[in-house]
Design a protein around this ligand. Sequence first.
Ligand code: TRP
Length: 351
Amino acid sequence: MSDQGTMKRDANDYLTYYNASGKVRTFSGIQPSGEVHIGNYLGAISNWVKFLDDYDCFFCIVDHHATTIAYDPARMPARVFDAAVANIAAGLDPERCVIFVQSEVPEHTELAWVFNTVTPFGDLSRMTQFKQKSQQHEENINVGLFTYPVLQAADILLYKASAVPVGEDQVQHIELAREIARKFNTRYGDVFPECQAHLTPAKRIMGLDGENKMSKSLGNTIGLLEEPESIWKKLGPAKTDERRKRKTDPGVPEDCNVYTSYHSYFSSPEDLSWIQEGCTTAGIGCLQCKKRLFKNMLAVLDPIREKATGLRARPDFVHEVLSAGAERCRGIAAEVIEEARTAMGLHRNRV
Ligand code: TRP
């Protein structure tokens, strides 16, 4: 299979790859973290879905990245499967994108080695995620954690993806990936595009505590596939504007986490003005406001949860999607690696 496209400079003068049909490739990585929560959905997946029509999309469950943190091997297959189910259910339609598992395409790690040799040590030492993670996992500061962004660059560039939809915390890694592409191209000729981050419109989605970003390790999440009763048990006691001690105290929606973090994404403009009016005049209580949120959330989450249940009932289908995805990727990866090897003179028979 040939996947020959062209490299051209885009409107911003970034070297960009267009596939054989003239489409730009999109790549993003999914951590198999165990639980997918609404922060992941609002902050990442729902943004990826918007790329499906206009871009040639690749989504990768990054199991090799996940192994930089100590883990239980027996649990890994389920983590990967669950990530696939949640992401497909949330809108990564396998008919319109490639979804696959990183370790099933060995060229990722091969290209990561190649990129190790053009990545400045100093650049890697400045990565904030490395600094954070090495503080959180003092007992296991392995070299893989340090070169994590190099593998990430390989993920993207192995498919010559130019558009990388990510949250703000990943921008530094994408900029480094672009730098790595430039370093390689300068030394060996233009093989890789200068990838760019496409920021998710949703900013940090706060957790139920209203103090930290929603995160599994902090236990402040609402699961994307969580049962309605369980979601309601969390929403009921969730923190609101502190001014509203009693129902008769007026509040300020902008100072309420329930409003800013959740209503603003799940509720209609009509509902938002109903809250503005009702909250500031103490016309509605927090419970009433949360009930409306619950209803609006379920309108989005019910179909996703039902889709996931359907997928779980057909595990073979999910596995087929992932196998076909990896197969498609190996085809492209082999060609791009070949191109890189040739550029680098790693060809005994072409002396
Ligand atoms: N590092 C990313 C994260 O933690 C996951 C990731 C791996 C990724 N490879 C990628 C994201 C390539 C974008 C592109 O979220």
